[in-house]
Design a protein around this ligand. Structure first.
Ligand SMILES: Cc1cc2nc3c(=O)[nH]c(=O)nc-3n(C[C@H](O)[C@H](O)[C@H](O)COP(=O)(O)O)c2cc1C
Length: 299
């Protein structure tokens, strides 16, 4: 038992994963228990399912196998003491959850395992699946009651250390300042979508690129299509090119442009997957001088 309880601390690449930390609550005839777990993951929306991965020597695993239920209490950044105690001792060693200066608990709605106060999320789960995987056991719980606290911020875990959330990271997109009418044109195509996903073809000839003129606007762009979600974007582009009666061969090689079009405070995000193309009949096409960044300079 002793050797199983000793937590094997990973020494190399495993330490570079970043996770949150939860406190898993459970009970047995001997009383309630809590353990710390970083391997906790929501794995389905409907129903809401949460998978936890628990080592074989823990009291928590024994409890859950018997009672078929557990609580997932996602730790907030004020709870490093609770997590350290829940993870540093086994319920076989001490009665952790009843350490009055460490844990504050509340009575659950749908299960019997006590829940921990001060967390970002409290989810009450019924065990629906158990699977041995390597040296841990996956326990999948169906959430029967859940609540969250918006005022709390999660505790994070990386390289064996606790962290809080840092500042939000901005999307890495190329900013393109554009006119109101061009922005409106793309917003119309996006129809409220957060990101407009386009597939375009770049056909170059000497110092020019092939462009098409959009009806009712003076806008010229490389030929592109807006493939429906889930459809192969190259195939959809090919079809659109045929419908445009353009004689272009679309190659497999592609690049991705991530743009954010801006006009004042108004924006539209656009992803362009751009395929290289070859035109067989250069004469009948419309060509524009080639610029360094084709898409950015066309809009
Ligand atoms: C930050 C942290 C994260 C942990 N994550 C896990 C985990 O995901 N799975 C696991 O089996 N043990 C994990 N542990 C170790 C258990 O919490 C520890 O073995 C605990 O003593 C088990 O308690 P129990 O025997 O009362 O169930 C973690 C410990 C800490 C400190």
């Amino acid at each position: 038992m002793k050797s199983l309880l000793a937590r094997k601390v990973p020494s190399k690449a495993e330490r570079y994963f970043s996770t949150g930390i939860s406190m898993i609550t459970s009970y047995s005839t001997k009383g309630p228990n809590v353990m710390a777990a970083e391997w906790v993951l929501q794995i389905s929306y409907n129903p809401v399912l949460i998978a936890i991965f628990i080592h074989k020597g823990s009291q928590t695993l024994k409890n859950i196998e018997k009672t078929k239920e557990f609580g997932v209490n996602v730790a907030s950044k004020e709870q490093t003491a609770q997590v350290s105690v829940a993870g540093g001792y086994s319920g076989f060693e001490i009665d952790k959850i009843n350490l009055k200066n460490i844990f504050k608990t509340f009575t659950p709605q749908k299960i019997k395992s006590l829940m921990i106060s001060g967390c970002t999320i409290n989810a009450e789960c019924n065990l629906v699946r158990k699977e041995k995987l390597g040296d841990h056991v996956m326990l999948v719980g169906k959430v029967v009651h859940i609540k969250h606290d918006d005022t709390k911020s999660p505790l994070l875990y990386h390289k064996g250390r606790y962290f809080g959330l840092g500042p939000m990271v901005e999307h890495d997109r190329q900013e393109v300042l554009t006119t109101k009418s061009i922005l409106e044109f793309f917003k119309d195509l996006a129809q409220g979508r957060f990101v407009l996903k386009c597939a375009g073809v770049l056909v170059e000839s000497k110092k020019n690129v092939l462009v098409i003129k959009w009806p009712k606007t003076k806008l010229e762009t490389i030929p592109f299509s807006i493939p429906p979600a889930g459809k192969n974007q190259r195939k959809h582009l090919k079809k659109t090119i045929r419908e445009m009666k353009l004689d272009i061969q679309i190659e497999k090689e592609s690049t991705m442009k991530r743009l954010v079009l801006k006009n004042g405070k108004d924006i539209q995000r656009i992803n362009f997957i751009i395929f290289n193309g070859k035109s067989n009949s250069t004469k009948s096409n419309t060509w524009n001088p080639k610029q360094d960044d084709v898409i950015a300079n066309l809009v």
